[in-house]
Write a protein that binds this ligand. Structure first.
Ligand code: THU
Length: 137
């Protein structure tokens, strides 16, 4: 936990909301993913007129990092809510993003969501108990 500056990471997630492409839901989401080496990858949600190709902010950040060769992650911060409004305190990651986190992140990976005033910090193992991963193959 001490290696993670929660307020700073949440602030970067809030900044990433500014790049959201969300003309259909008008929900803008930002994510900031911290690697073990201290680098931060940001992501935002990118929607599509055909709806199902939409990708969440968390997966954008994770896929950006993995495609650059990163494999070790400490934490992700998520900020989301109605576009143009302050981030909601309660904006947890969707189930698909939790599954993608389980592919690349350990059980003690920290998942943080909220805003500058109120936030939640959970271990991945708490928000995806009994998950399916490579150990089940
Ligand atoms: N969204 C995310 O970016 N992350 C989540 O964990 C939940 C939902 C996005 C997808 C869609 O563009 C919008 O929020 C409304 O669901």
């Amino acid at each position: 936990m001490s290696q993670v500056n929660i307020a700073a990471l949440l602030n970067m997630a809030e900044e990433a909301r500014g790049s959201s492409y969300s003309p259909y839901s008008h929900i803008s989401v930002g994510a900031a993913l911290l690697t073990r080496s201290g680098k931060v990858y940001r992501g935002t949600n990118i929607e599509n007129a055909s709806y199902t190709p939409t990708i969440c902010a968390e997966r954008t950040a994770i896929f950006k990092a993995v495609s650059e060769g990163e494999r070790e992650f400490l934490a992700i911060a998520i900020a989301g809510g109605e576009a143009g409004k302050p981030s909601k305190a309660d904006f947890p990651p969707c189930g698909v993003c939790r599954q993608v986190m389980a592919e690349f992140c350990s059980a003690d990976f920290l998942v943080i969501w909220g805003n500058g005033e109120r936030w939640t910090v959970k271990k991945l193992s708490e928000i995806l108990p009994s998950g399916f991963d490579k150990n089940n193959l």
